[in-house]
Design a protein around this ligand. Structure first.
Ligand code: FAD
Length: 390
């Protein structure tokens, strides 16, 4: 692997860092970032997104005819990492999954309605693939779309689960069953999130994050809001994953956590003794720093492949698996090093490091599930990299 950032890329990164330093605000940025800091669920965060848009940092890799700059995907990566290091919200689904798919497959109505709004940072989307019987096996979705010829559209009935942004998003990007064939019987629809017939119920994770169940009761969608071809939804879902390689899970939050625990160890005392003199503490810290470096290298492999124009499926799985496990190990090690007080939550005045690792301990479990579980990543590596049978 040969991977270096160019002078121009470094200059862009510095420009983003300077902007973020000037914009630092607790209303917008989470000082102790976990992975999913990208939710744009408040007005200050929406205003922040519009500022990114004004700087031309949304849709940088989009074609020029849709307002983009046709910049290489590496710029999206540099932006994502910089935002993640300071716990800022991230562009996410509109620019990536939704926008890029509409550019490739959407009709003119959709392009006119959505693409300018996405470029201005004015619209948020929720993604609805998972259902009670369709998680790891997402193509098993059963939300039913029935043809209504008289109204020239479709009527949707059924249920989604784990729709993370449903309670604040403007539009819902939903996969529904329009045919019997498992993979070739799924169609993608766009629905306003406040559409009559949609009921949203909260589900709280142990990481304090709200996600949602969404129920569909005779939800009508006109043909104008069918994405691309009928029954081609699964192909678009898979394609969007490949188009999103540069906006992958950032390593920034893990870097910040390792930095925080290293800082703590420098000065902390236990039973009157400096923790940094304890050989077990030194071993633990050395291990965390080394694992972080391995995570960075695995991430660079994904980038290196993507820059060459490849589809780094195995590299992405290796990176996600290692990153998630590494985040869990970091939280566990922090709890061991700090001792019983580490269980004090944020808001407790005496909580070490502001209760950061109590939250992190709970949150890092969630990361091993969302976006494809660790077991599924292992299956991909076993099958595609090692050629083991299914
Ligand atoms: C916080 C959070 C946010 C999410 N946000 C969204 C969202 O916005 N939109 C959306 O559509 N989805 C979302 N998801 C859903 C997520 O993609 C699924 O939870 C995930 O794919 C796992 O599916 P499942 O929960 O149904 O578990 P299952 O697929 O039922 O898996 C249960 C267990 O079995 C294991 N398993 C399953 N299949 C295999 C296999 N073949 N081999 C070995 N082990 C296997 C899994 O690893 C897991 O441990 C979110 C999930 C979480 C936790």
């Amino acid at each position: 692997m040969d991977f270096e950032f160019s002078a121009e890329e470094r200059a862009f990164e510095a420009e983003v860092e300077a902007f973020l330093a000037a914009e630092r605000s607790p209303d917008v940025m989470d000082a102790a970032p976990e992975q999913l800091s990208q939710t744009v669920d408040t007005q200050p965060k929406r205003a922040f997104m519009r500022k990114l848009a004004e700087r031309g940092w949304l849709g940088m890799s989009w074609p020029k005819e849709y307002g983009g700059q046709e910049r290489p995907g590496i710029y999206d990566f540099l932006l994502t990492e910089a935002l993640s290091r300071c716990g800022a919200p991230q562009p996410g689904k509109g620019v990536g999954i939704v926008g890029k798919t509409i550019i490739r497959h959407g009709n003119e109505t959709m392009k006119r309605l959505f693409l300018p709004q996405i470029m201005r940072g004015e619209v948020e989307f929720a993604i609805g693939y998972s259902e009670p019987g369709a998680g790891s096996d997402a193509a098993n979705m059963q939300l039913r779309a029935t043809r209504d010829d008289a109204r020239r559209g479709w009527v949707l009935n059924g249920q989604k689960i784990w729709t993370t942004s449903a309670h604040f998003a403007d539009w819902y990007w939903v996969g529904a069953r329009t045919g019997e064939h498992k993979h070739k019987g799924i169609t993608l629809f766009l629905i306003p999130m406040d559409h009559p017939g949609l009921t949203i119920r909260p589900t709280w994770t142990i990481g304090d994050e709200r996600t949602n169940e969404v129920f569909f009761d005779d939800v009508f969608v006109s043909d104008d809001f069918v994405v691309g071809q009928l029954n081609a939804g699964w192909t678009y879902i898979c394609e969007a994953l490949d188009l999103e390689r540069f906006a992958m899970m950032p390593v920034g939050p893990l870097e910040k956590k390792v930095e925080a625990i290293c800082e703590w160890v420098r000065t902390a005392r236990r039973d009157g003794e400096l923790v940094r003199r304890d050989p077990r503490a030194r071993r633990a810290i050395a291990q965390l720093v080394t694992q972080l470096e391995v995570a960075r290298m695995l991430q660079r492999r994904v980038l290196s492949e993507a820059v060459k124009g490849g589809v780094p499926t195995c590299e992405s799985s290796q990176y996600k698996l290692f990153m998630n496990e590494c985040s869990k190990k970091t939280a566990n090690a922090a709890l061991d090093l700090i001792g019983s007080e580490s269980q004090l939550e944020a808001g407790e005045p005496t909580a070490p490091l502001g209760g950061r690792f109590a939250r992190s301990y709970r949150y890092t479990v969630v990361d091993t599930i969302g976006g494809g579980t660790s077991e599924i990543q292992k299956n991909i590596i076993a099958r595609r990299k090692l050629g083991l049978p299914t």
